[in-house]
Design a protein around this ligand. Sequence first.
Ligand SMILES: [Zn+2]
Length: 121
Amino acid sequence: MNARLDEICSDKAAQAVNLGKWGQLNNFEFVMNRAYALNRDKLRCRVCGGWLIASTPYAHRVNPNLPLNKVNRVNNLVSLHTKCFFAVNNPPQDIGEFDTKAQKRISGYREKLVISHTRNK
Ligand SMILES: [Zn+2]
């Protein structure tokens, strides 16, 4: 594990962010705040509760349609496994393999995404 959780970003990735290669949304603030979110989440996935140490965690934006100066704030980010991230962001996917608690959390985040998309249309 990295000595500091904010070191989850490699030098290469940091350069890409600086040059805007990850797009406007994945800016420096996002990279810093996802590390804060990971600390707040105590290295646990907010969907299944499992440890986030085997691979790079995904930072999910609870409301992805906030303005750029709000969308990457820590309170809008949650740390997830890759698998849990895609379950949240791919609503047709069957989530029967997750336990009941995780299914509830996935449904909760999915609902927030729907509300977020509806409000901004
Ligand atoms: Zn998970």
